[in-house]
Design a protein around this ligand. Structure first.
Ligand SMILES: [Zn+2]
Length: 579
């Protein structure tokens, strides 16, 4: 790949009069052109081109390399793609932006092979931690370890090993699922947990045979460490807090850009975090474009503040706020997804309704009043049905409001009768291809084989019914990398090599659209983003491998070479990355 400024630009003064796009570009010299590419535009008017010209933050022409080269002037930066694939910048349709950044400040336990690996990581962190600092990690999973810990209680370790390597610094290590944390003795002490401490409602302090806490805190018991952690952070000055928040934003952005993400749907953030995003957008320091769902605010506060916070393409398209996030149920893995029929492995339960339908409906009414989209987390088939019912009721009560594009986040398990309701109601299925790969091996243990095959991750059924299907990663639950999640929708190949309900696969062209134009549509930005089209913002990702043409099993090996946001190269892979 070569980048150069043209020395012979003045030689290319003649622009063909037969190319309307080029004619429009006359007199407007591009600042950046990409040539010699396999450019898949996701624009049905011109699906594939070789070259694209950009002026400032906009695309001004697309066409053949020969034609686009004619536009080059002395000030034009030229990137020769050498046949590589360029696509519209990937838009992550569902992730947690600050959570992604925070995860970079914590120990990454996802790759540990044993409990001893984790103890060693904590021991290392303890050598540099200041007195009283909390050592925080996330992502451990006992099922991923080569051997069980010794000693163990219910398959999980006891805190003695962790307490030995970190006697003075409290340690909290969150499980991959987020539904449990493992802490050391110092953390238990600071949390005030003794032999006599009762389990909190909705949680469990796991104990050994003598009744002593092992360090494992399930569900709501995780919150027992909250006051002590907040205390340790209370001494921070406003400047320290601001610096930390900015660092978190930058870390998330650097990770996203390095993987080809140019826009990110944040699900979601409270008003204070949106204030920070707005400040950064004004400064021009937001790394990627953000579509922020309002979360963690009461219906009353939303009713009074949603109008003030509404932003559409603010600061050159870097910040949009016009949606709210709700959550009606939990996750399938922890039997928290709300089901129509009981769990196969927990027959007394149909899961959890985390938010009463009445409360969700009230939030939806507040949203529609202020012209906001509603994006509701719904995983189980009952949760999806209830959410569709609520949306339908609110739509019927507001016949004058159209084009609402309300979304269901995850939309993982859907009963057949409910599938066509998405397109009938104009509800978007905001899905995550990567979750298919992670969940497929154990879904049948929860739902049984028949229900799994009929209801789980219905990409094809939803798509063919006319629903808009989008893709994302739910990062930091999964890596923000779009390639595995694209592959999940295209291949549905699980880790053991089997294909999970192959009839639900999407084509590569459909999966690319799900990750680009459909996410733009799901954020009301399809006029600005989502395809490589003249007049749109110049957000483009160049990949090391052509994921539209290489053998399917090679798709996961593709990486980002360039990430261009608003005509600026914001990430470029180093020269030693295999191409
Ligand atoms: Zn999420």
């Amino acid at each position: 790949m070569r980048i150069c400024r043209s020395r012979f630009a003045t030689a290319f003064l003649v622009v063909s009069a037969f190319l309307p796009a080029l004619v429009r570009a006359q007199g407007a010299a591009p600042t950046l052109v990409l040539v010699n590419g396999h450019i898949v535009t996701v624009d049905s008017a011109k699906p594939e081109v070789q070259a694209v010209a950009i002026k400032g933050d906009r695309i001004i022409a697309v066409g053949t390399t020969r034609d686009i080269r004619k536009l080059v002037r002395s000030q034009t930066q030229v990137i020769d793609l050498e046949g590589k694939l360029a696509v519209p910048g990937f838009i992550d349709g569902h992730g947690h932006y600050m959570g992604l950044g925070q995860s970079k400040l914590q120990l990454d336990l996802t790759k540990a092979h044993t409990w001893d690996d984790i103890v060693a990581m904590v021991a290392q962190a303890a050598t540099t931690a200041k007195p009283g600092d909390w050592i925080v990690g996330r992502g451990w999973h006992q099922a991923k370890w080569d051997r069980p810990p010794v000693p163990a209680v219910e398959g999980n370790p006891v805190h003695a090993s962790l307490s030995a390597v970190s006697p003075n610094n409290p340690v909290v290590l969150t499980h991959a699922s987020g539904h449990a944390s493992f802490v050391n003795g110092k953390a238990l002490e600071l949390a005030g947990v003794t032999k006599d401490t009762q389990n909190p409602a909705g949680g469990e302090i796991v104990r050994d045979v003598d009744g002593n806490a092992t360090g494992m805190l399930r569900e709501s018991a995780q919150r027992l460490t909250g006051p002590a952690r907040a205390n340790s952070e209370a001494g921070r000055s406003a400047a320290e807090r601001d610096a930390l928040s900015r660092r978190v934003v930058a870390l998330a952005g650097a990770d996203a850009l390095s993987k080809g993400i140019t826009s990110f749907h944040d699900a979601g953030s409270n008003f204070a975090t949106i204030d920070l995003f707005k400040t950064l957008a004004n400064e021009g320091t937001l790394p990627v474009r953000l579509y922020v769902m309002v979360r963690g605010e009461s219906n009353e506060r939303m009713d009074s503040l949603l109008d003030k916070y509404k932003m559409q393409g603010y600061a050159k398209g870097y910040l949009t706020v016009r949606s709210i996030k709700r959550q009606i149920d939990g996750a399938l893995g922890s039997n928290g997804a709300w089901l129509l029929e009981p769990y196969l492995d927990l027959p007394r339960s149909t899961g959890l309704a985390l938010e009463e339908p009445e409360s969700l409906q009230h939030a939806a009414e507040v949203a529609i009043k202020h012209g906001y989209q509603v994006n509701t987390h719904a995983i189980g088939d009952r949760a999806n049905r209830e959410t569709l019912d609520i949306y339908e009721r609110v739509f019927k009560a507001n016949p004058g409001k159209t084009g609402l594009r309300w979304r269901i986040e995850h939309a993982q398990h859907i009963q057949a009768n409910d599938v066509p309701r998405f397109s009938q109601l104009g509800v978007i299925a905001s899905m995550q291809g990567i979750h298919t790969i992670s969940d497929a091996p154990w879904i049948p243990s929860k739902l049984g084989v028949a229900r799994t095959n009929a209801e789980s991750y219905l990409f094809r059924s939803l798509w063919d019914s006319g629903a808009i299907v989008t893709n994302g990663t739910d990062t930091p639950v999964e890596d923000v990398d779009p390639i595995p999640s694209f592959y999940g929708m295209v291949a549905r190949v699980t880790k053991d090599g089997s294909v999970f309900t192959p009839e639900q696969r999407l084509t590569r062209a459909e999966a690319l659209k799900a990750y680009t134009l459909n996410n733009a549509y799901a954020s009301f930005l399809e006029g600005q983003l989502g395809s490589i089209s003249v007049g749109k913002l110049a957000d483009i990702t160049v990949l090391s491998k052509d994921i539209m043409t290489i053998p399917e099993r090679e798709i996961p090996t593709a990486t980002a070479l360039y990430t261009i946001v608003g005509g600026k190269v914001k990430y470029q892979a180093s020269a030693d990355v295999p191409r």
